[in-house]
Design a protein around this ligand. Sequence first.
Ligand SMILES: *[C@@H]1O[C@H](CO)[C@@H](O)[C@H](O)[C@H]1NC(C)=O
Length: 364
Amino acid sequence: MTTLQALQLLSLQVGSIGVTVSATVVSAIAQWFWIVVVSVSGVAGAATATSTVGVAARVAGVAVRTAEVTHFNWHVVPEREKKRHKNAAEPVHSPTMAGGLFSIDREFFIKLGTYDSGFDIWGGENLELSFKTWMCGGTLEIVPCSHVGHIFRKRSPYRWKAGVNVLKRNSVRLAQVWMDEYAKYYYMRIGNDLGDYGDVSSRKSLRDKLGCKSFKWYLDHVFPELFIPGDAVASGEVRNLGYGANTCLDSPARKTNLHKAVGLYPCHKLGGNQYWMLSKEGEIRRDEACLDYAGQDVILYPCHGSRGNQLWFYIPETNTIQHGSSKKCLAISSNRQKLLMEECNSSAAQQRWRFDNYDPSKLR
Ligand SMILES: *[C@@H]1O[C@H](CO)[C@@H](O)[C@H](O)[C@H]1NC(C)=O
């Protein structure tokens, strides 16, 4: 099975169940978690995982920008992980998995409480199992040389209750139990409307009983590359102070908006397409889209974390936003329709900006 077939397999899996899942919930989850096909093994069971499954992470990684399937997000294997290996065929650690195809030590699976029986049908169980595997002493890894076949049913055998967003309900349950103070970032993306997610007390006591580590530990040790909204140096609207001071950076940041010019619109203070975050690394971003300047238009490009064309300096003393590699400053045209990059000139009003909630202490 080539990697491309594996990707097609995954999208087929989604389509074959015939679910129309909420795009907002899906994208909120997708941007938060790194999802790949893997094998799971417990501490004691590291050597006992039976058959191994998966796709080549490195190849999958290369496919990130072009072959994203419905609700998976593929990331390149980070350098820190590559360094742990001598051979590219060795299993690599992954923060999460897709959930359909894995092997796990039976005893460890039972110890972890198997699946949350409060979940319904489909969705989120892969994240629950991924988080608790890591947080409760296991490791989760992709096995590049494994091969797996997947037989699909012709139709979904489940009865979907009308009016219940199963994926959201399952996801809220797992956020309640496993994500600690970070659950709020997920809740924000679903409009803080948690809905009825049932009783999670027995799942919380399971976590206590197992003495599992915190979600902060998981983020720090298992997925340090993940951008945490709370670490943003500035967040909110990015308002230009020239020509009436009522023009804001405005663009949707879905996959279809990538590689397109960043727009401008009268400021509306409602967040949404005018909500941007300045990361410690100097990115101006929303979800996985970053402002990127390569000499033509300022576009949205998938955040790559390597600074370069995505490095911006917000200088509050002059209210300018300077681009790292070109040294030019972000500006707007006099008709307020187009973003420009100009030679920096702090007396030029069209180059002045105010980025909401700027907190330089977050730079440290
Ligand atoms: C800087 O901007 C001011 C105000 O727009 C303008 O008068 C001045 O000529 C500019 N300086 C340069 C070097 O372009």
